[in-house]
Ligand binder design. Structure first.
Ligand code: MG
Length: 381
């Protein structure tokens, strides 16, 4: 029985993690969950999974949840301290980091120091603090198991191999809802258009990132740190059917790929059961049923966010944190209709040119780069 704590249980990955746990009650037990604004769902989850601890970020929301659960034994915590506390609990084996945004970094570092296995779904943790996080993980001999479908695929393909045997990894991307469209057409595209993803069901922020290809850019940065790759060892290919979730090319030219029906519950479950596999509700593939799997090069001119991410990784230091913070703020502005689709890459590029980068950043440098970038974005444009 693996004992699980979930940072961000009410989001897309969090609810799917709970679904995996619901389907496998003999394998997993929920010890702690966390959420913020969606207190109704949090209360339902408390009722169903009976966690011992619940962290609610905002104090007011925490009070509401505390009042409504006063008859049960559950302990309600709040603030970043609450997230930190449920990340290091003695009885927890695995911490699932499915919060959105840069708030995942600190609790994840705490959990690594407390020797918890990390099922990593929070991209920003490695995008902003990759060097730091991987160094701590190595020092504490902690496993970081990716939940993201692409990194989960690469992780699976690498089982039994040494990184010295790897030529490169090939990240697949669906291309998002605007694949094949040109710049002119995308100029006046809206958030609603961007939220219609062809193959994956995802949260709002990541849906916009998928439409701009920034999601793939962030995944490139994530892959670099997770697998210890050089920039030249990471390729991106558009594969609209989302059947191949990513591939690894080895020294001898042989390529291994991981394939499945697109269903996030599969990489989530593998991260929780690793190194073992158990049954799942995801259907296998019927190769007679789909007529083709296709591949194409990403359109880097129409979707400049991909190259901005490569550039941030090339510069290194605090630059990926700057890219990430700028993107988060601009996506929020796009979702609330304050800016257009191409304002996202244009303004990210401006911010990247504006700031001086700190090499070999510590946690405070990263947090400060993040804060300054957000301030700049909201003041200057
Ligand atoms: Mg992904």
């Amino acid at each position: 029985m693996k004992k699980i704590s979930i940072l961000g249980s009410t989001g897309s990955i969090g609810t799917q993690t709970l679904e995996v746990i619901r389907n496998n009650p003999d394998y997993f037990k929920v010890i702690a969950i966390s959420g913020n604004n969606n207190t109704d769902l949090l209360l339902q989850q408390i009722e169903e999974f009976k966690p011992k601890y619940v962290a609610v970020f905002d104090e007011k929301n925490a009070k509401e949840v505390r009042d409504k659960t006063s008859s049960s034994k559950v302990k309600i915590l709040h603030g970043i301290e609450g997230l930190n506390e449920i990340s290091v609990l003695d009885e927890v084996d695995i911490l699932v980091t499915s919060v959105v945004g840069n708030i995942g970094l600190l609790p994840t570092l705490k959990a690594i120091k407390a020797n918890k296995t990390i099922a990593l779904a929070n991209k920003e943790t490695l995008v902003t603090g990759g060097e730091l996080v991987m160094r701590e993980a190595e020092k504490n001999d902690v496993k970081i198991i990716p939940v993201d479908s692409e990194h989960g695929a690469i992780f699976q393909c690498l089982q039994g191999y040494n990184m010295k045997e790897v030529n490169k990894v090939i990240l697949t991307a669906s291309g998002g809802p605007f694949r094949g469209m040109d710049k002119e057409r995308l100029m006046d595209i809206t958030a609603e258009d961007a939220l219609k993803h062809p193959t994956w069901s995802m949260g709002r922020k990541i849906s916009i990132d998928s439409a701009t290809l920034m999601n793939k850019g962030l995944e490139v940065i994530e892959a670099k740190w997770l697998f210890g790759l050089e920039l030249e060892q990471i390729d991106v290919v558009i594969h609209p059917q989302s059947i191949i979730h990513s591939m690894v090319e080895f020294l001898d030219g042989s390529i291994l790929a991981q394939l499945s029906t697109p269903d996030m519950k599969l990489p989530i479950q593998y991260a929780l059961t690793y190194p073992n596999r158990i049954e799942s509700k995801t259907k296998g593939l019927d190769f007679g049923e789909f007529d083709k799997l296709t591949f194409e090069k990403p359109d880097r001119l129409t979707f400049p966010c991909l190259d901005l991410a490569f550039e941030a990784l090339r510069v290194g230091g605090t630059m990926p944190a700057i890219l990430n913070a700028a993107n988060e703020e601009l996506v929020l502005q796009f979702l609330s209709k304050k800016i257009g689709f191409y304002d996202i890459p244009d303004r990210i590029e401006k911010v990247m040119n504006y700031y001086k980068v700190i090499k070999n950043p510590n946690i405070n440098d990263i947090i400060e780069a993040d804060r300054m970038t957000r301030e700049y974005i909201n003041k200057s444009f």
